[in-house]
Design a protein around this ligand. Structure first.
Ligand code: BGC
Length: 416
């Protein structure tokens, strides 16, 4: 059965600057990637060279049938030193966003997607209240320069991720500040190791609180700068389930990880839901993947139906419109990706049939790109990228999703 989506529903794909642009040398992650003993499997290097190839990528996105592009602008390029705003970088992003509009694509712009200017992280980073103020100043400047070309604005990408990773036992209590390569990175940038706090390095709970403040101030700065676009935040949301005895852990996970942000989002214009899998909790806390459920290269379960629970939860908790700002799968098997999107879009349809106000859907990701500490191993793209030549080749999933976008209708039977 074919499901038609409401007129104006937005279909797009998403990327983040550091993962695709290449040579993002003024940011904190660049230093972390290049410090001896690093946890990063490989440095980001040229990434997908989108800094130079953006016009081709945007043309391809439009040609595939999509109507929107979610991308991030890089604070470290726009403000490489405190108070020095690069007109050239802002002009570059004006060209990128303008190219989207030239191709009939709307733009969804994330102002911070994990990476920060090195000077920010070296001076207290995401553990310091000052970063919220500095972020707001950057939001003000970027909105004044680019706002007329932005159709939707996201302040921060997944500010709840550090707490989420702490629950999963991936981030130690207190964060990564005392890990030797991080101490060495702090030394290399002349920072005191106690005050070197990039996102994912600083104390997860402290980072969460500074990010809550940054979201609020960033939103205010955008609105005061006359943002003509809706503003929201995007959250890392997994479906949460408890087996008997795990209810308290599940409740705590929701309380610490989502509730503070969902609460703030009630004053936003939308909530960005980003879903990949599910988390289960038992009496001892988060459980490993369940037997019989396939495990993906990222270490979590293949669980496309998670989108239904997360969209419902976000809508109910905030009462603002939902935009699925990321959803996808890291796999080398595009048939598995096609099956994943079939299940995920079916879940989305169920939510919308129940009257939930969902305004758009962005597949993560347009390109096979730099997957942070995992390097170029996991492939989330619907378009593959040849690491030698940078040649782009759309996969079957790109054609199918593009067709959904073009027709604004989804037929599960075609995703076979
Ligand atoms: C992030 C992306 C990342 C994706 C896949 C999200 O948490 O926003 O940057 O590549 O998940 O792991």
């Amino acid at each position: 059965m074919v499901h038609a989506f409401p007129e104006g529903f937005v279909w797009g794909t998403a990327t983040a600057a550091h993962q695709v642009e290449g040579d993002n040398t003024h940011c904190d992650f660049w230093l972390l990637e290049h410090t001896p003993g690093t946890m990063f499997k490989e440095p980001s290097g040229d990434a997908c060279d989108q800094w130079h190839r953006y016009a081709d990528d945007i043309a391809l996105l439009a040609e595939l049938g999509f109507g929107s592009y979610r991308l991030s602008i890089e604070w470290a390029r726009i403000e490489p030193e405190e108070g020095h705003f690069s007109r050239a970088a802002l002009e570059h992003y004006r060209r990128v966003l303008g190219t989207c509009h030239d191709h009939g694509l709307s733009t969804c712009v994330t102002f911070h997607h994990f990476t920060s200017p090195l000077w920010v992280s070296a001076d207290g980073g995401w553990e310091s209240e000052r970063t919220a103020e500095r972020f707001a100043r950057y939001c003000d400047r970027a909105t004044r320069s680019l706002g007329d070309l932005v159709d939707r604005g996201c302040t921060l990408n997944e500010p709840n991720l550090p707490v989420s990773l702490a629950h999963a036992g991936v981030l130690p209590t207190g964060g990564l500040k005392h890990v030797p390569f991080v101490v060495e990175a702090a030394r290399r940038c002349g920072a005191d190791a106690e005050h070197f706090a990039p996102f994912l390095v600083g104390d997860p709970y402290r980072v969460r609180d500074v990010m809550l403040a940054a979201h609020e101030r960033g939103r205010e700065a955008m609105r005061e700068a006359g943002a003509p676009f809706p503003v929201g935040v995007t959250l890392a949301m997994q479906e949460g389930q408890a087996v008997p005895g795990g209810e308290e852990h599940l409740a705590r996970w929701k309380r610490e990880n989502f509730e503070p942000f969902l609460e703030l989002a009630r004053d936003d214009d939308f909530i960005g839901v980003q879903t990949y899998s599910r988390n289960r909790f038992g009496p001892e806390g988060q459980l490993p993947p369940e037997e019989g459920v396939p495990v993906l290269i990222m270490g979590y379960e293949y669980w496309p139906q998670a989108l239904e629970a997360t969209v419902r939860y976000a809508a109910e908790a905030t009462s603002v419109p939902v935009v699925v700002t990321e959803n996808g799968i890291g796999t080398d098997d595009d048939e598995q990706r096609v099956a994943y999107y079939r299940e995920a879009l079916s879940a989305l349809v169920r939510c919308m049939q129940d009257g939930i106000d969902v305004r758009g859907y962005y597949a993560w990701s347009l390109l096979d790109n730099y997957e942070w500490i995992h390097g170029y191993g996991p492939r989330f793209g619907i378009v593959s990228v040849d690491r030698e030549t940078q040649a782009r080749t759309p996969k079957k999933s790109a054609r199918l999703l593009g067709e959904v976008a073009r027709s604004n209708a989804f037929d599960p039977a075609s995703f076979a």
